[in-house]
Every structure is written in C-alpha cells, then in structure tokens.
Design a protein around this ligand. Structure first.
Ligand code: BG6
Length: 470
C-alpha cells in the first residue's frame, strides 16, 4: 500500500481519550507501534476529553491499558512512548474548548504539522466534533502543506438516511480523501491475506467464479454475549453491529475483481462494484434470532426483539458470481469463536470412481481468526484399497509458517496507515451507502412490530435450527 511520506511532524488528537477505546485498543496499539519504532518521527499524541486530567494523569490512564493489553512493558519503551502523550481537558460541544484545543496544539507543535483527528467517542458526538473542527478552522489544509485527516469509528450512521446526513456534514468540512472510516476487520492480517491469496498466486483466482464454485460461506461466531454493552447493543443488533460492516467487507474481499493497483482508489472502486451487484436480500433468505436470557441484560428491555444472531443468503448478480449463493452468518453467545470463509467447489462433472465412492467437493477455508491460516481439502486414494477415497487437507498456518512473528492487532495496522495518510483499508462514503442500502430493508423487517419475533437459541449452542435449514 502506498501513502504520503510525512515530511512534517505529526500530531494525533484523540477525541474521547479518557474512554474505553483509548484504554483497550488505541493506547496499546500505539505503544506497540512505538516500541517497534514505526511511529512517524516527531509524533505527538494529544488526548482531548471532558474528564479533568493533566498530562501525567493521562499517561497513567493509558499505562493501565498498555499493561493490561500490551504487557509486559519495560520502562525504557514506556518512557519513550509516554513522552509523546499530552492531554487537554475540554468538551467537544463547546466552541471555546475546541478553540482552546487548537491553541494548545499550535503551542505543542511549534511549526506546521500533519494532524490526525481520531473520533473515539459515542456516535452522538461525531457531528459536534466535525462541526467544531470546521468552525475553528482546524480542518482545512493548504495544498502542499500538512494534512488534516479525520478517523471516524463505527457505527457510521444507523441507516442509509442517517449515514447520508453524516456524510453530508463530514463533507462540508473535510474532503473525502481526508476521511478515514474505520472497520477493524480490514486491519486483520488474515483479511488482507485474502487479497494476497487470490492475487499473488496464479492458481486460485481463476477458480473463483460460477463455473467452479458451488457456494461460499462467511461465518463470524462469538462465544461472548453482549456483556455490559446492553445500551449500545440493543439499539444496534447483529445486522448493524456485524453485517453491515464486517461481514460485507469480508464479502467484498472474497468476491471483488483484481484492482488495477493496490491503492485507496482502485481497491475501493472494486469493493463498491461488488456491493452494487448484490441483489436485494429476500426476507425469506434471512434468519434473525436472539439468545435465551438476552432480555435480562442491563440496558435491554425484557421484551426486546433485537437479534443477536443473523444468517442470510445473498447473490451477487455479476458475470463472475451469477447464481452462486453466499451464506453469511454471525452471532453472539455461541459454542465456538471463529471467523472463517469457506469456498465450496463443485463436484467433478463425471464420477469416474463410481457413485458409492464419489469424491466430496473440495473446500477452501480461509480462517480469519483464531488459528489464522488456510486449508484446502482434497480427495485422495486410500493406500492399499482398490477404490476407497478419503478427504485430506493441505494446510497453511501463520503460527507454523511464521513462528517468530506475531499476528498484530488490527488497530496497529490501521493506525499506521491513517498516520501515513493511506486510506486503502478504510471504507469510502459510497461503500457505506451501498452497505446500508442492502441492510436497511433487512433491519426494517426485523424491527417491524407486526413481524414474527426472532427465533430463540440457547447460549453456548450452535445457533438456531432455522439457520441450519437456510
Ligand atoms: C465489533 C462489534 O465491531 O466487533 C462487537 O461491535 C464484536 O460486538 C467485535 O464483538 C468483533 O470483533 P473481533 O475482532 O473480536 O472479531
């Protein structure tokens, strides 16, 4: 991936810096990048939030998260990192506070610097933050001068209408190339490996089409329930929380054409084409379910109909995939945690070895997590037996092929890319628009009070039987 080399110093400003995302994800990821000496030189990380802290208080807060999620931490590495952390107390909805933040940044920077504004806060603050940055003149960059970029966390809107409104507001202050909408699934090493697997090898992608593929499954299952996130989750549900973003992003990587180049323009152009070709999802091809006991969670109404599990069948009406079903499913409180893409190939056209022993279809499994890797099942003759056939596996695992390398957290890669100004692994406004367009009707059907309530499944099970039927 290419990016702009930072010829200026860089300041990353984290809005909502005293929150959970900074402690659990951003702080530990930035620390690890810094420890590997990959942060741009002269970088400063400035936290901004309402919690009254000074620089040392902020450093102690970040250190707590680093110890818990990036430990063990040695003092030298920590001191090198901590010297870059600063904090400004303020309320993003108060114009004077944002203006004061601007003055503090100028003092800290002592010269022109790239700025990356990171909105790590509840979605209701996205609009005030963007407006505040615009009104205070902190968003506009001069041509050839330092960049002014913004990272916006998910959820980006809650339907097509609200995401359009947010995009319109964002575009009134920032140009699209300044905007980095994050989907952490794109930062996963194995999600990126889908493109390497398909386009760095000559032998697999020619088979990825309707002539050879019977169906594709994309499955993201979690053992955790919604824990303490009842307030957020009940408003989101599985369609908004997982499908509209993470699962559709995986779908685009599996189904897209080879981009003209791996850069933000061409990569995202191809992803948008896939989404544009997805046939409107038929209500009969969806299953929504809720785990038993969900309604007893704090922040969730006892009679909530919010689905915690979803399964859909969809079709991509283009030349490559016409007629091939794609099955997507995801849920919480299930028996197994795993994110996997399986491509099931067609059977050989002629059953040379008789019907009794007819070979089973080859299946390619791309394991996103855990135990990241790729499996391909093959039919092989069982030695000694005149006719017997069995399935064997060709396997690649990161842990055995790259034993000395750790598969990093997705935030590390995405933060580095954003700091370098490379938006290839971030979603563009038209992608988001297409994705909401596909899921708005699915969500409307499941929220329709006159429709059937979601099926119920037992926590720790494999999900509802209705999904297996689909
Ligand atoms: C988040 C969702 O975006 O992704 C969570 O809000 C979900 O509900 C998480 O648990 C899954 O991410 P990962 O990386 O653990 O698969």
């Amino acid at each position: 991936m290419t990016g702009t080399a930072p010829e200026f110093a860089t300041t990353m400003v984290v809005f909502g810096a005293s929150g959970d995302l900074m402690r659990r994800k951003l702080g530990p990821a930035l620390f690890r990048i810094c420890r590997r000496r990959q942060l741009p030189p002269e970088v400063k990380i400035v936290g901004f939030a309402r919690t009254d802290l000074d620089d040392d208080g902020f450093r102690a807060y970040v250190r707590g998260g680093v110890d818990e999620f990036a430990g063990p931490v040695d003092d030298e590495a920590w001191n090198h990192f901590a010297a870059r952390l600063h904090y400004v107390t303020g309320d993003v909805t108060v114009a004077d506070d944002v203006a004061r933040l601007g003055r503090e940044l100028e003092k800290l920077e002592s010269g022109p610097a790239h700025r990356l504004y990171y909105l790590a806060m509840a979605p209701r603050f996205f609009a005030p933050a963007v407006e505040g940055l615009g009104a205070s003149g902190m968003a506009a960059g001069e041509p050839g001068g330092p960049r002014r970029d913004i990272v916006i966390e998910k959820p980006f809107g809650r339907d097509a209408t609200s995401s359009d409104a947010l995009n319109t507001l964002v575009h009134s202050v920032f140009r699209e190339e300044q905007v980095f909408r994050i989907d952490h699934y794109l930062g996963k090493e194995t999600a990126q490996n889908i493109l390497y697997f398909r386009f760095a090898n000559a032998i697999f992608d020619p088979l990825f089409n309707r002539s050879f593929v019977d169906h594709v499954q994309i499955s993201v299952t979690e053992t955790v329930d919604i824990g303490h996130r009842g307030g957020y989750y009940d408003q989101a549900g599985v369609w908004r929380d997982m499908f509209q973003n993470h699962l559709l992003q995986l779908l685009t990587l599996v189904a897209m054409e080879a981009p003209a180049a791996i850069n933000a323009t061409h990569l995202r152009d191809e992803k948008v084409k896939v989404l544009a070709a997805v046939r409107p999802i038929d209500a009969a091809d969806t299953v929504a379910a809720q785990y038993a006991g969900y309604g007893d969670t704090d922040g969730v109404p006892t009679d909530s109909r919010t689905p915690t599990y979803g399964a859909i069948k969809l079709f991509i009406d283009n030349w490559r995939w016409s007629g091939v079903p794609f099955y997507l499913r995801s849920g919480k409180a299930l028996a197994v945690k795993g994110s996997e893409i399986t491509v099931a190939f067609k059977r050989p056209v002629v059953q040379l070895f008789g019907t009794e022993q007819s070979p089973r279809p080859n299946v390619l499994s791309i394991c996103i997590q855990p135990d990241e890797g790729v499996h391909l099942s093959l039919d092989a003759k069982v030695p000694g037996d005149p006719v017997d056939i069995d399935l064997v596996e060709l396997e690649f695992h990161y842990r055995t092929s790259f034993p000395d390398l750790v598969v990093g957290d997705s935030y590390e890669r995405l933060l580095l890319d954003a700091l370098r100004g490379d938006a290839a692994l971030f979603t563009r406004s038209d992608e988001i628009r297409q994705a909401w367009g596909l899921f708005d009707p699915v969500i409307a059907a499941s929220e329709d009070a006159s429709s059937l309530p979601p099926d119920v499944y037992q926590p720790g099970s494999g999900g509802p039987a209705s999904a297996d039927a689909l």
